[in-house]
Design a protein around this ligand. Structure first.
Ligand code: SF4
Length: 483
């Protein structure tokens, strides 16, 4: 039996993610066309009705709009009860339980206990830093202190894992482009770091669209490989004796961690055992009667370090969703056309979430990349690909409008805060990390040498850091048929 939740097209993925947990259907209010001059306000009356107030102060109750098939984006954002279960199984309570039972340094031989490792995404760190009025670096050190005090052995930054994800993506693109020139291989290549988008593609566009999606794992899942394969080997700890939790900006990351592709048969464990959101970290802190400012800063772990020399954390250029477009574009321009691109210049198209970047040679566009955030933009581009009308070689696809810094698991604004201003603060904090030139971290090169076949794109790196997708049957439940 499948339970369905539906969302109106105007709902942002941010709201949607929260709503998904409650399985509600939100109906928007219908606003009639108004003259350009008229100034109308909408408020909620004591009975909870939406009321329109015109310039003269007179008011009228608004009708609730009905959602029809025409409103449906067919984004497959509807959450199934099975997915709800998977999300509920990964809560901060599960992490708290793991931390309470964590193995201490002198208990490594006690196989009944697991060591706990926490990996924090840079988007969540920026959200928490904004919440508590800290710099990124101080947020990193106080989060390390908080989780270590509770029992975590290591606290990592998934920016380190993103290095691998970006390096693999740029190699994959160049190879696909070259194969495409010989009439094999599918372009545009579609970014794969967003599980909200992957879920939509598998449910809605099935076999047709999957060959276009990059096979590179997201930073969260690469971190899972580093922890459960590389670190476990380095410290001779069985992967099943590690509890690996990640802190992420959205609930969709919980579904990603639950994918069968990331389950380690034989070890009977997952690469990521539990995902909690930025908001859930805030909840954990408040359950301990703390804010991040109350935690004494702790030095960051030197293994998988993303600490720059000057007391800052490193970041990647290209925005809050990881900078896939920008890194792949620069690399492709250099490798395929011998052009060094210092500054990537974006052109905004239909809206700020649909942007384009091009490289011209002799007056001809040789590379055309796009960023498409939010389901409306994604769906338009999917239709173009299906009709063979997409002009793009690469598309950075992200389910949330404004990208990951605006994910559904980020800390919500207080009543007195303007959401756009909070998002702006989070973006500023995120961008305060100096940009790291890709591939220049010595530890990343070392790991490629010792564990991943020498270089990005090697056969061995592909077998470890890439994944596959599965077309899902569209549900034919009675509820769906009604649509
Ligand atoms: S855009 Fe980022 S935050 Fe939003 S669903 Fe995708 S991965 Fe999660």
């Amino acid at each position: 039996m499948v339970a369905i939740t539906n969302f109106p097209p105007e709902e942002s993925a941010r709201t949607k993610s929260f709503s998904r947990l409650h399985e509600e259907c939100i109906k928007p209010v219908k606003v009639e066309k108004m003259s350009a001059k008229a100034e109308l306000k909408i408020s909620i009356d004591d009975d909870g009705n939406y009321v329109e107030i015109d310039e003269s102060g007179s008011s009228r109750q608004l009708e609730k709009a009905q959602i029809t098939l025409n409103d449906c984006l067919a984004c497959s954002g509807c959450v199934t009860s099975a997915e709800s279960m998977l999300i509920a199984q990964q809560s901060h309570i599960v992490l708290r339980h793991a931390l309470e039972n964590a193995s201490l340094p002198h208990e490594l031989d006690d196989l009944s206990k697991k060591i706990v490792i926490v990996s924090i995404s840079p988007q969540s760190r920026a959200s928490l830093a904004a919440k508590y009025g800290l710099s990124l670096y101080d947020a990193a050190r106080t989060l390390t202190s908080f989780f270590k005090t509770l029992g975590a052995r290591f606290v990592f930054d998934t920016t380190f894992a993103r290095e691998f994800s970006l390096l693999e993506s740029q190699c994959e693109f160049v190879e696909r482009y070259q194969r495409h020139q010989q009439d094999v291989g599918a372009l545009p290549m579609l970014a794969s770091a967003c599980p909200g988008w992957i879920c939509y593609a598998e449910k809605t566009h099935g076999k047709f669209i999957l060959p276009y999606i990059s096979t590179v794992q997201s930073p969260q899942q690469v971190m899972g490989q580093l922890v459960k394969s590389h670190l476990s080997k380095t410290f001779a700890i069985s992967p099943s004796n590690i509890f690996h939790a990640t802190i992420m900006p959205c609930f969709d990351k919980k579904l990603e961690a639950s994918r069968q592709d990331f389950y380690r048969q034989g070890d009977e464990t997952r690469d990521v055992d539990c995902v909690i959101t930025s908001g859930e970290v805030m909840q954990m802190l408040s359950e301990h009667g703390l804010t991040l400012k109350d935690c004494l800063p702790h030095p960051l772990d030197s293994l998988y370090s993303t600490e720059a020399k000057d007391g800052k954390l490193i970041g990647h250029a290209g925005g809050g969703s990881g900078g896939y477009l920008e890194h792949v574009f620069r690399y492709a321009a250099r490798e395929l056309f011998g052009k060094n691109v210092d500054t990537v210049t974006y052109k905004t198209l239909r809206n700020k979430d649909h942007r384009e970047v091009t490289l011209e040679m002799d007056g001809k566009v040789v590379l055309r990349f796009a960023a498409a955030y939010g389901f409306r933009n994604i769906q338009n581009l999917m239709q173009k690909i299906k009709r063979g009308k997409s002009p793009y070689h690469y598309i950075e696809v992200m389910a949330c409008p404004s990208g990951c810094l605006n994910g559904g698991g980020q800390i919500k604004p207080e009543d007195y805060e303007v959401p756009a201003e909070l998002l702006h603060r989070v973006e500023e904090l995120y961008e305060s990390a100096p940009h790291q030139e890709l591939g220049t971290l010595p530890e990343v090169s070392h790991i490629y040498q010792e564990w991943l076949g020498g270089s990005p794109g090697s056969v061995h790196a592909r077998s470890i850091l890439h994944t596959q997708y599965h077309a899902l049957e569209k549900s034919t439940s009675a509820l769906n048929l009604k649509w």
